[in-house]
Write a protein that binds this ligand. Structure first.
Ligand SMILES: [Cu+2]
Length: 403
């Protein structure tokens, strides 16, 4: 008796309708940069072309099955009637219910296989970028490719910059655990596995920013391991390449930034590379992150202020208003806005200072707090360096010159 009343209260048609429409409304997000139904390049489009018809066919079949089940429940509900006449099978029905789904799956299979092979092609690549996942950020390494003006390797992180209309091939690997690279608007997922190289094709049709995130659970800050692909016109990409390779500009003597450079030399170069940075004795400062970090690498900061995000794209390097300005720019104006980089007026100084003050506090890195102090000299992610506020002032001034 009691059970009946409970079920009728919670499973009544009204509450079912209410929860159903809530679910439906929840799918109506307007600003959804990671929507898998909005391809922005031919690889993602190929997946979408499979997804749309299969979703429709599966939807129709799903509705028919649900309707049949509903009808059977309603029609043959136990009302005390005698057991219906028992028959043994119906060969015609059984054969057709086996053959029809097999045919549907065969058709879907043919198109799926074709897409899988097309998406695996590597023989038409126009630009190669090496991508390395690690807890919890992505490194991008552009090997020398003279036809793109890349005459020395470019190493960056967080934002993948690529030219539009170009068949880009990512060569993915990992320095620690398995990660997975996924920018839904440009292609499906591809795992980044230590000791292996997996390839992933990317191509963007129009200038803009396309968001994604790591999709293989990789530890405490998995959810904070994001990425953004930034697509630029050929001309803007050439400007980006030239700037990434430009020589290091030391801050002028007597400035706060110059003091920041020496704090950086003392505190940061053991992990972070800034290409061209020299020590007081004139020797090049070369980072050795492998000695200090479990994953063996820390982001290259040479051109930090040319990207809009930091720490695995978890934080914006631009204040919200400036960032919106870049994200919402029309295609034609986008490149120039993006290439403007980050200046003092647009810097998201609060998040950057919080990071320098105590990185593990703003990005979870150790489930066990004891490991924050007892790390055998190696850190997962960036450690708390116990910097003073005045050192942070100097460092921020210095980092602003890295563009
Ligand atoms: Cu990951």
């Amino acid at each position: 008796m009691k059970v009946r009343r409970l079920t009728s209260r919670y499973l009544g048609p009204r509450s079912l309708a209410a929860s159903g429409s809530l679910l439906l409304l929840a799918s109506c997000a307007t600003n959804a940069p990671q929507d898998t139904w909005q391809p922005k390049g031919p690889n993602a489009k190929m997946i979408d072309d499979l997804q749309q018809p299969v979703f429709a066919v599966a939807g129709i079949i799903g509705i028919i099955v649900a309707a049949c089940v509903g009808f059977a429940i309603w029609r043959y509900k136990d009302r005390g009637q005698p057991i219906p006449e028992q028959t043994h099978g119906k060969p015609a029905l059984e054969v057709s219910l086996t053959v029809i789904p097999a045919l549907i799956l065969a058709v879907v299979g043919v198109f799926t296989f074709r897409a899988i092979f097309d998406l695996a092609r590597t023989d038409d690549t126009q630009l190669v970028i090496n991508v390395t996942g690690q807890q919890w950020w992505w490194e991008y390494d552009y090997p020398v490719q003279n036809e793109w003006g890349i005459t020395q390797p470019i190493i960056s992180s967080g934002q993948l910059v690529l030219p539009i209309g170009t068949k880009v091939l990512l060569r993915e690997t990992s320095r620690d655990v398995i990660h997975s690279y996924w920018i839904p608007a440009l292609n499906g997922k591809r795992d980044a596995v230590p000791g292996r190289v997996h390839t992933l094709r990317l191509q963007a049709d129009a200038p803009g920013i396309y968001a994604g995130q790591c999709t293989e659970f990789c530890g405490l800050s998995h959810a904070n391991m994001r990425m953004e692909a930034v697509a630029l016109s050929d001309a803007d990409f050439a400007k980006w390449v030239a700037n990434q390779q430009a020589a290091y500009q030391a801050p002028a003597e007597g400035t706060l930034a110059k003091e920041g450079e020496s704090v950086f030399l003392n505190q940061c170069v053991r992990c972070h590379q800034v290409s061209g940075l020299k020590r007081a004795d004139g020797s090049l400062a070369i980072a050795a992150p492998d000695e200090n970090v479990w994953s063996g690498a820390a982001p290259n900061l040479t051109k930090l202020m040319t990207r809009n995000t930091f720490a695995g794209a978890m934080f914006n390097l631009l204040r919200d208003a400036c960032r919106d300005d870049v994200w919402r720019a029309e295609s034609a104006a986008f490149g120039e806005k993006y290439l403007g980089g980050v200046d003092e007026s647009c810097l998201n100084v609060n998040d950057l200072r919080a990071w320098l003050r105590n990185a593990p506090e703003v990005k979870p890195m150790y489930a066990n707090p004891a490991l924050l102090t007892d790390t055998n000299g190696k850190y997962r992610g960036m450690p708390n360096l116990g910097l003073s506020e005045s050192d942070i002032d100097k460092l921020v001034a210095y980092l602003l010159t890295l563009k």
